[in-house]
Design a binder for this molecule. Sequence first.
Ligand SMILES: [Mn+2]
Length: 347
Amino acid sequence: MPLKANSGQHGQTRPPDDLVGLLRKSARILVVGHQNPDGDAVGSALALAHALISLGKTATVGLTGSTAASLDFLLKGKTFVERVAFSPSLKDDHDLLVLVDCQAPYRVWPEAENKLLARLPPFVVVDHHHPGPQAARHHLAAYVNSRASATAELVFKIVKALGAEFSKEIVDALLAGLISDTGSFSQGNATSECLRQASELVALGGDIERVNHFLKRNWPAARMRLLAASLGTLTQHLGGRLAAMLVTQDILNKTGAALSETEGLVEYPLMMTGVEVAALLRVNGQLQTKVSLRSRSEVDVRKLAQSMGGGGHKQAAAYVDDDPDPAVALARLVPLVAKILPAESDD
Ligand SMILES: [Mn+2]
């Protein structure tokens, strides 16, 4: 299928006119992030929905899977947020669907295969992931730029293009997205554009400390127990260059933590001296293990994840291993990491 004019190319720095035009002319819009949405997916969806509502439209934010309790501060009291199942009524109730922080409907609803896409409203895509196996297809328009720190960075520009006012809700939601995806502005993807936007959001009344507090310093006790138990599984491989933590069903049962509370735990092994790749391997239902990877800047874990059917970013990527035992998935991971580690220097 040929690319639509002015849309669908990767790496656009401005929101494409056709995407902005579709948002302008639609009246009932459903905005959804990927399943189990993180701070960027939730923040991006909320900010866009707030902007659309302020322009007199009916906008709904749809959630699927589980959402970390740390995001409650953004979601509470929002009557336009609801859980949405994949059903033919989506098409009756909405004239446009916006996918944020992902590029294909199956990332939202796993049952949304190509042959079932006719059940969905026409959709557009706003995302900062590299177009991998989940590359956008069948969409009306797309705004995709993998150089953006967060999807929130793209939504910031869409809000501007729409001419909507940056309300407190929009400022908080966008800051949450930027903070979530840049490790509180501490990672290599905290580019000058990201920081420029953050500066503008702070000038508009945004409070980085407050948003960061809710996102990072607001753990339920069960999550702290989960961290303690998973740190107990930490192992190092490849001369200490790979560090891995496991979250087994047994650990979830004992700690009482929800699967969504594993989000972000992969940062811990990366704190160790000498570690270049950190992995968190966690049960994913009865049949699979989800493998989350983080790396220091020289190491590209996205390609590894893609070779296993997943995707993500150079320094943060994930895939699913078809074995329900995280230890088995780890045994498979070690040789794959060995292949992507750069030769060790002598200094
Ligand atoms: Mn993101």
